[in-house]
Design a binder for this molecule. Sequence first.
Ligand code: SF4
Length: 298
Amino acid sequence: MPDKRARKSAKKPAAKKTAKKPAKKPAARKPRAPRKRMLDPNDPHFIPGIFNYCDRWCERCEFSHRCHNFAENELYFGEDPEARDVTNPKFQKTLKRIYADAQKILDAALAKATTVPDPNAIEAAAAHEKHVERRARAIGQKETKLAITYAHMVDEWFNNELRLPLEHVQDLERRVETGEVSVATAKGDLVRLNDCVEVIRWYQHFIFVKLGRAFSSLVEEQERPEIAHEKDSDGTAKVALISMDRSIEAWSALSEMFPQKADSILEIQVVLSRLRTSLSAKFPEARKFIRPGFDEPR
Ligand code: SF4
C-alpha cells in the first residue's frame, strides 16, 4: 500500500486559479450639452430665402428640413419643450444666447466696416422709415382696418361659442356609445374640428402683420426702383391671401359642423372675403409670385 505522502505527491498540481477582476463599470456619461455647430446659410441644402414667404407654421411646414431658419432655431432651442416656453427661465437663457451671438455678428461687421456710420445718415434712414410707414398706412388703410375687424370678430366668436366644441365632443361620445357613428368616424370628426380651430387661430393676427409688410414693401418699391424687381410686396401679399384662403375654408368646415352657427360664421367670412378681394385688387400680380421652395417645381 503506497504511503499517504506518496499518494499526495502523485496528485496533479492544481491549476493556478486566476482571480477574475470585477468588470469595470462604464463611467457615467455626462449629459452632452447641445453641440454648437455653425450653420452655413449658403449650404445648398437650404432653400435660399424660403422663410421670407412662409406662414411661420414650422410644425406643419413640409420644407422645415430645407430651411435655414428652422435649423438655427433647432440649434438654439433643441427638443426641450421648456426651452420653447416663454415663461420658463430656460427660454430667457436661450434668448440671451441669441442676443449675444447677434451682437458678435454685429461687432464683427462693424469691425470690418471701413467708414464710421454717419449720424446724419442714421437720422435720415429713421426719417425715411417713418415716411414709409405713414405712406403704407395710408395706402393700406382699408385692408388693415378689415384685418383688425376680422381678428376681433374671431375672438368674439370663440368667446361666445366656447361651449360648442365641448358639446360637439359630448354628442360624438354619445353617438359612439349608441353605435350611431364608429370610433374611427368620431376620431376623424375631432381631428377636423381641431384642425379648423388651429388654422383660424394661427392666421387670425398673422394676416394683419403680413398686410403691414406688403404695403411697406410696396412703398419702398415705388420709391426705390433698384429694388422694385424683388417684388417683396407681391410675395408677402400672396402669403396673406393664402392665409385668408385657408381661414375661409376652415370657417366653411366649421359651418358644416355647426349649421346652427352658419349665420355668424357667414358674417366673418364676408369680412374676410372683402379683405381678400380688396387686397387682390391692390396686388394684382401677387398670386403669380413664385415663393422659393413652395411654388417651385419639385
Ligand atoms: S419655411 Fe417652414 S420651417 Fe422655415 S420658417 Fe417658414 S414655416 Fe418654418
